[in-house]
Design a protein around this ligand. Structure first.
Ligand code: B12
Ligand code: SF4
Length: 786
């Protein structure tokens, strides 16, 4: 089962629950399930490379009889590209597509993407039946809910929803997809609305009901028309098993509609209170529901007693005319009652204000914002635009009006291209989105708490100290501006570089009053922590696989926060105390940790060639030709010689160099080298390796040459969510170089090495050492710097 690639860090919050249910159903029926989850690995230059490698590895490791993948319509491009890849790598392995992408537009998606099969709607039973039908070569027409090909024609069987009692479904099984790692390492990565409740959140999701009786115009139902809630017993059994297995401490109920009525919520809470007392469960939880659940103070207080810290309503708008147009069947008054009930119980209230319904005007926008301004300043409100996803009434309307003229094009650009469904002019609507809506995302009204301290979590939790992924986590401290309660929450640092340059803010909440807070982190403080990350590495092993190096072993004291602050000032202001710095540098060398100093670009190029030579010699090749007779080629030739690799000749495009010698090797034109039968090449250039690769391949015609090269790409690693824009090099000081070497065995196994070129980069690398194979870069750097 291949999970779609999703942007940013993927925690259990964003991991699709459907996969857990399907894996459990297949395993219950006796089938072997292997997962491929191409997410959370930031050592690749872009997601496509990660997907390519992970998928090809999974195919060769598991040799599956069937590949399944599915998910939402927003992942259309992922499915398209991955299907092509699968056809390339495993042309005879059938592929099943399912989930939201086919649930609502099966014919178009099936016929465009052309998987072998698709499953429409809830798939636990249908997928198992399909697998068994294929196994026993029975007629496909007997399997409900599927699409298949017959004589080149797409055929669909009738869709049966809710074919079995929801309580009889096996509990979801996320183990094939790296659930433990997601819980352990990425739980603080999801939005702020829960991560403040635990210093080190361990997050899981649970689905207690499927379907929804409402019919909002922008919404879609893949689970049939009826609301089906699991019994409380059934839910608690799953929660208990999950708790014992994972020791989670935050649970998000991700139902379309939890607590459709107060009665079910009360029953759930009472049973949970009893289970918590009897079984010692200790976790916080949150849920979402419709404003018509009409929650009141006493009910929310009961929920709070059961551990609930947050609930949200489908808020959408505070304009009655827009709510009516959305068929929301809600009102601003109902929402206000919910806000009051939440305030009474000191539980966080959340909701989305979504703008751009066809009935939206500048007046209705003002209405919503005025309501927000009066009642929601401390609530967890998000702002977005309404999106007409396939399967929704709004989507159909956009097709009718011609706003979506080309359905396929719409799939390809979905979420990237907002539409104007309103009667406002494009200028007015898009203008509002670009100015006013964008300014709302600054959350200027949220009360500010300046951070008083930030600490890497590794220095606070002994268990995290040798888990390098924990370097992403920082414990931020301050004081709640609402109730003066001490603040201590976990932030997953994605915008670290930015933090070291300017004051940044993060949204969080208070663990006591649950009101929203904007915490500001000053650049000075961030710098100090940046340096701390590097200094911490001096007392931690450079590579998770290495033996831990303890302070004892080095006879040095662990660094205090004061030490860090002092060092930060020294490094940044270049007022370093030479004796103190010399001690630190010695430790850095002993631990093979790159020191934070700027490195001459020429030295960097030299390092690149050294690394390339190391990889060539490790690959076992005895001799090859070098392309490039310049400084890099010369360095590479020397580095290869030192490693015992022979150099047959050096080719170069510059005629003036032909006939000369470099390091005692003749420089010849490429054509001559190819004619002479040279088949193995090393590119002695770090800048234009891609271009040279093309030239060599073109000259070699049909004979496939083996080429070792370094492809360097500038990357901004600090913001995985901006990954797609990673090609943009913003600032040399933040440059991180990556290299990928084609291995000899023909399989595209890649090796990534990092070289930090500046203080910030090295410190950042230090803070993320496991994500990157910094061990290699560190030893390389320290070796050369000696
Ligand atoms: C909870 C929820 C979320 C949660 C997280 C959910 C999670 N951890 O899985 C959050 C808030 C993160 C979220 C985010 C988004 N969501 Co959402 N979400 C939902 C919600 C309310 C419930 C989904 C759920 O868990 N259902 C329970 C599971 C068991 O059901 P299921 O996922 O449908 O899976 C079953 C079948 O679809 C099928 N199936 C699923 N996968 C596969 C794979 C294969 C191979 C097969 C054969 C079958 C199959 O079998 C499964 C078991 O029966 C639905 C509402 C709805 N009406 O469904 C929207 C919904 C799914 N979300 C939607 C959207 C658009 C998004 C976002 C893209 C919004 C955005 N622009 O950011 C993001 C995308 C995030 C992502 N991870 O890709 C749309 C999808 C529209 C579509 N046509 O695909 C829905 C339908 C809401 C809507 N607008 O109507 N969402
Ligand atoms: S938006 Fe919420 S209430 Fe409306 S139909 Fe969808 S799940 Fe139901």
């Amino acid at each position: 089962m291949i999970v779609p690639h999703l942007p940013g860090f993927v925690s259990m919050f964003t991991f699709p629950t459907g996969y857990g249910y399907l894996a459990a159903a297949l395993r219950e029926a006796g089938h072997e399930v292997c997962g491929c989850n191409p997410n959370n690995d930031f050592t690749f230059p872009n997601p496509d490379e990660m997907v390519r490698l992970r998928v090809s590895r999974a195919l060769s490791e598991y040799q599956p009889d069937l590949v399944c993948m599915g998910g939402l319509c927003t992942s259309y491009m992922f499915f398209r590209d991955t299907l092509r890849l699968l056809r390339d790598l495993a042309p005879h392995t059938p592929v099943v597509l399912g989930g939201g992408i086919v649930n609502h537009d099966a014919a178009l998606v099936f016929q465009t993407l052309r998987p072998d099969f698709c499953v429409v709607g809830e798939a636990e039973d249908a997928l198992v039946r399909l697998v068994e039908t294929l196994e026993h070569r029975r007629p496909l027409a007997d399997v409900p809910n599927i699409g298949y090909w017959q004589d080149g024609r797409a055929c669909f069987t009738p869709v049966v929803h809710a074919s079995r009692d929801i309580n009889s479904l096996p509990f979801p099984d996320y183990s094939p997809f790296g659930a433990d790692e997601m819980i352990e390492r990425y739980s603080a990565a999801a939005p702020y609305f829960y991560r403040y409740t635990r210093v080190r959140p361990r997050l899981v999701t649970v689905v207690t009901a499927r379907g929804c009786p409402f019919r909002c115009t922008f919404c879609i139902h893949g689970h049939g028309p009826h609301y089906r809630a699991r019994t409380i017993d059934n839910c608690l059994e799953e929660i208990g098993l999950f708790y014992e297995r994972t020791q989670f401490n935050v649970m998000l109920i991700v139902d379309e509609l939890f607590a459709a009525n107060k009665g079910r919520l009360k029953q759930f809470c009472e049973r949970l209170i009893e289970a918590r007392e009897r079984r010692g469960w200790d976790f916080d939880w949150a849920f979402q529901t419709h404003a018509r659940a009409a929650l009141d103070g006493p009910t929310v207080k009961l929920a709070k007693k059961a551990g609930c810290f947050h609930f949200s309503y489908g808020f959408e708008s505070a304009s009655p005319s827009v709510l009516a147009s959305m068929n929301k069947r809600s009102s601003p008054e109902l929402v206000l009652n919910g806000i009051r009930a939440a305030a009474e119980a000191e539980v966080a209230f959340g909701g989305n204000l979504i703008f751009g319904d066809p009935a939206e005007t500048l007046d209705t926008i003002r209405e919503s914002l005025a309501f927000h301004d009066t009642h929601c300043r401390d609530a967890v409100i998000q702002f977005a635009t309404v999106r007409p996803y396939p399967g929704s009434a709004l989507f159909d309307r956009c097709l009718d009006t011609g706003l979506i003229a080309d359905r396929l094009r719409y799939y390809e650009t979905m979420d990237a291209m907002p539409l104007n469904m309103t009667s406002m002019s494009d200028e007015a609507w898009f203008g509002w989105c670009q100015t006013a809506l964008a300014s709302l995302w600054q959350y200027d009204w949220v009360k500010i708490a300046p951070a008083t301290a930030i600490e890497p979590l590794t220095s606070l939790l002994p268990s995290a100290a040798h888990d390098s992924h924990m370097d992403h986590y920082w414990r931020v401290q301050g004081e709640c501006p609402h109730c003066r309660h001490p603040l201590a929450f976990t932030e997953m640092v994605e915008n670290f570089e930015q933090a070291a340059e300017e004051t940044v803010w993060v949204l969080t909440g208070c663990a006591r009053c649950n009101k929203r807070i904007k915490v500001t982190i000053s650049a000075d403080m961030a710098r100090s922590v940046a340096l701390g990350a590097w200094l911490d590495r001096l007392i931690l092993p450079p590579d998770a696989d290495d033996q831990p190096v303890t302070p004892d072993a080095l006879a040095v004291e662990p660094l205090t926060a004061d030490d860090r602050a002092r060092f930060a000032a020294q490094w940044y202001q270049a007022e370093a105390d030479p004796t103190r710095l010399a001690v630190v540098l010695r430790r850095a060398r002993a631990l093979k940790v790159p020191p934070p100093r700027r490195i001459d670009p020429r030295l960097l190029q030299q390092l690149e060639m050294e690394a390339l030579a190391t990889s060539i010699s490790r690959s076992g090749i005895a001799s090859l030709a070098i392309y490039g007779a310049g400084g890099n080629g010369r360095t590479l030739a020397r580095a290869l010689r030192r490693r015992g690799v022979g150099i047959e000749l050096i080719a170069d495009g510059n005629r003036a160099l032909h006939g000369t010698t470099v390091e005692g090797v003749e420089v010849v034109p490429l054509a001559r080298a190819v004619a002479g039968g040279t088949r193995a090449w090393a590119i002695g250039s770090s800048r234009s390796a891609g271009e040279i690769l093309k030239i060599i391949r073109a000259q070699c015609h049909e004979q496939d040459p083996v080429v070792f090269s370094i492809v360097t790409r500038p990357l901004d690693w600090c913001r995985p969510s901006d990954w797609r824009d990673a090609e943009v090099l913003r600032d040399w000081r933040h440059l991180v170089r990556l290299r990928f070497l084609d291995a000899l065995d023909g399989q595209r196994t890649w090796e990534a090495l990092f070289l930090g070129v500046a203080f910030e980069t090295v410190a950042f690398l230090g803070a993320n050492r496991s994500v990157y194979r910094i061990g290699d870069a560190a030893s390389l750097l320290s070796g050369v710097l000696e």
